[in-house]
Design a protein around this ligand. Structure first.
Ligand code: NDP
Ligand code: MG
Length: 381
């Protein structure tokens, strides 16, 4: 029985994780969870899985819930995320919270020796060197939940990582993949939220439309697999059937395929090294799909992807600044305060003005994250 702490239980990844836990109650037990402001969903999950500890964003919600569920302990805010992540009853942390807010709880769980199943890519982008150094020090395994990284991880099983020629991350291209830059000027939030292949949270759906999501994933791959940026490529693949590929020195390419369903990589991160049947999973029918298409990426068209490669190559606090600028700008776009193209304009502006510090410590990272968000907010005022 694996005992699990889950951060971000009420989100897109969180709800799918709960679905897997409900369907595998002989293998997994949820001992602690965090949510944000969706109290209705939090109630539902508590009733279904009876965790010992729950953290919500607001103190008032924690007080209300503790009256309803007297057998569960409640906490709240940033310290609550750390308490859930370090709950002494769990051995695995599934981090599905959104954004760099997940960083401190990830580090705290690593120091407790917990296995980390990570969906929260912003944590790896903003402070990858700290997370990986702590994981090494505490001998902790970090398992990818992101579908591309799960595919790469699966394509490396039993192989010698030194014999890898390059990693190839596939990209659907997001909601606007068939639009020119000119056509991007007038797109709306509603258009951007309409992803062709995947149903995901709002922020990552916008990141997919700008391709910053792929940029964050290139950095995530660099952090997780220790590959230099010149050996990480992106390939447009409209059908999202091949989830990523690994090329070896002998020109062999190994890939992982499947219907686009995040429950597959989530469950694999939990069941690894085993594979469990996936309840109501859709089997891949390649004959029915007929063809898989591929196309080279145009870095002029998808400028955010280029910015991410630039930040990745430079390293340091530029990564934190880029990530925080993106989180803040996407937030403003979702609130209707800026246009779609202003997202990447703002990120670029932040990056141009940034004074880079290499190998920053946690304090510096948190400072740059906070200051960058303030700078982005002040750009709209
Ligand atoms: P969602 O927006 O759907 O969910 C985010 C979760 O985090 C919710 O539970 C939300 O709570 C909680 N949350 C948000 N802000 C805070 C905060 N400040 N404090 C505490 N809790 C907070 O996101 P996704 O599930 O789409 O994405 C989660 C992570 O997984 C991201 O890093 C994303 O990049 C990554 N990912 C997602 C994929 C997907 O298919 N969705 C695929 C691959 C990676 P509440 O809703 O209750 O307010
Ligand atoms: Mg992905």
């Amino acid at each position: 029985m694996k005992k699990i702490s889950l951060l971000g239980a009420t989100g897109s990844i969180g709800i799918q994780t709960v679905d897997i836990l409900l369907n595998n109650q002989d293998n997994f037990q949820l001992v602690a969870l965090s949510s944000g402001k969706n109290i209705e969903k939090t109630r539902e999950i508590i009733s279904q899985l009876n965790p010992e500890l729950v953290s919500v964003q607001e103190e008032q919600d924690a007080i209300e819930l503790s009256k309803e569920f007297p057998r569960t302990s409640f906490t709240f805010g940033a310290k609550g995320l750390v308490e859930v992540a370090t709950h002494p009853g769990s051995t695995v942390l599934v981090n599905a919270v959104l954004g760099s807010v997940g960083l401190e709880s990830t580090l705290a769980a690593i120091r407790m020796g917990k296995t980390i199943a990570i969906a929260n890519k912003e944590t790896l982008v903003t402070a990858g060197h700290l997370v990986m150094a702590e994981a090494k020090k505490y001998n902790v395994t970090i398992l990818p939940v992101d579908s591309e990284h799960s595919a790469i991880f699966q394509s490396m099983n039993g192989e010698n990582p030194k014999q890898i020629e390059r990693l190839i991350l596939t990209a659907s291209g997001g909601s606007f993949r068939d639009k020119t830059r000119e056509e991007l000027k007038n797109v709306t939030v509603k258009d951007a939220l309409n992803h062709p292949n995947w149903s995901m949270g709002a922020k990552i759906t916008i990141d997919s439309a700008t391709m910053m999501n792929k940029g964050l994933e290139v950095i995530e791959a660099h952090v997780l697999f220790g590959m230099p940026f010149e050996k990480i490529d992106v390939l447009l693949h409209k059908e999202s059937i091949i989830h990523s590929l690994v090329e070896y020195h002998d020109t062999s390419v190994i890939a992982q395929l499947g219907t686009p369903d995040m429950r597959v990589p989530i469950q694999y991160a939990l069941s690894y090294p085993d594979r469990f049947p996936l309840k109501s999973g859709t089997r891949l029918d390649l004959a029915k799909i007929g063809q898989l298409r591929f196309q080279e990426v145009d870095f002029e068209r998808f400028r955010a992807l280029k910015l991410a490669y630039d930040a990745g190559r430079a390293g340091g606090t530029l990564l934190t600044a880029m990530n925080a600028a993106n989180e803040a700008a996407v937030g403003l776009f979702l609130q209707g305060k800026i246009t779609f193209l202003q997202i990447e304009e703002m990120i670029e502006q932040i990056m141009i003005n940034h004074h880079n510090t290499l190998l920053p410590d946690l304090e510096t990272i948190l400072y740059v994250d906070n200051e960058t968000r303030k700078s982005v907010e002040s750009m709209v005022k």
